[in-house]
Design a protein around this ligand. Structure first.
Ligand code: ADP
Ligand code: MG
Length: 230
């Protein structure tokens, strides 16, 4: 589903540049549930943004669903994102003046789905995350956990092949974090590939595979041993 070979990324800093990703190799198969760990500044978001076609890499190869990603303009990137990817962010990134239902329906609008149909689908997904009764509320009327559930419904509404989550539990208390991770597990059981960034060990342990990033390289990539979890 995702294949990365010798990936490099630098950011220009004045006349210098900051080399953030220094030759990453990563292969994520369809249906995997993978987390990426690393301290703050280690390049996790940079990697996720490249995988999510929100940013471009400098060197190396990236294949998404078998397609080599190169020379994408913003329009082509947006089409691929809409077709294959769903995003969940730490800060939810909901549109503040739109209701929960409208937020979930928005990516369907960009896919050209008609109003009645998109509202029906959006309602189904809000129901799935337990927020059917909150569909006409604005984000500021919802708790953090509810906002993240709206964001999850929005990420799922277009039936993406891959869900990318950048610190999805970073702004939530531990029991809410747990229920968000349960939801991601459920999504994965339904067949979606899920790729989660976290810097919390207990969150990473809820996934099936942990990739560790340090100083721009992958220092370990291991299956989670479910037999020892209490
Ligand atoms: P993480 O998500 O692991 O905390 P990031 O990928 O956000 O790390 O950042 C890695 C490094 O790249 C940090 O030193 C950060 O300051 C720098 N960085 C991230 N985005 C940019 C940018 N757009 N321009 C310049 N530097 C950036
Ligand atoms: Mg980050």
């Amino acid at each position: 589903m995702i294949r990365i070979e010798n990936l490099h990324k630098s950011y220009p800093i004045g006349k210098d540049s900051l080399h953030v990703l220094k030759g990453l190799n990563l292969h994520i198969k369809e249906g995997e549930f993978v987390s990426i760990m690393g301290s703050s500044g280690s390049g996790k978001s940079t990697l996720l943004n490249i995988v999510g076609l929100l940013d471009t890499h400098d060197e190396g190869n990236y294949y998404l669903n078998g397609q080599k990603i190169e020379n994408l303009n913003e329009k082509k990137a947006a089409i691929l994102r809409n077709k294959f990817l769903g995003f969940i962010f730490q800060s939810f990134n909901l549109i503040t003046y739109k209701t929960a239902l409208e937020n979930v329906a928005l990516p369907l609008y960009y896919q050209g789905v008609g109003r009645t149909e998109r509202e029906k689908i959006a309602m189904e997904y809000l129901d799935k995350v337990g927020l059917k009764d909150w569909s006409h509320h604005l984000p500021n009327e919802l708790s953090g956990g509810q906002k993240q559930r709206v964001a999850i419904a929005r990420a799922l509404a277009t039936k993406p092949k891959v869900v990318l989550a950048d610190e999805p539990t970073g702004a939530l208390d531990s029991s809410t974090s747990h229920s968000v991770m349960e939801m991601l597990k459920e999504i994965n059981r339904e067949g979606m590939t899920v790729f989660v960034i976290t810097h919390e060990e207990d969150i990473a342990e809820q996934t099936d595979r942990i990739v560790r990033l340090k100083d721009g390289v992958i220092i370990s990539d291991e299956k989670v041993d479910k037999s020892v979890t209490a």
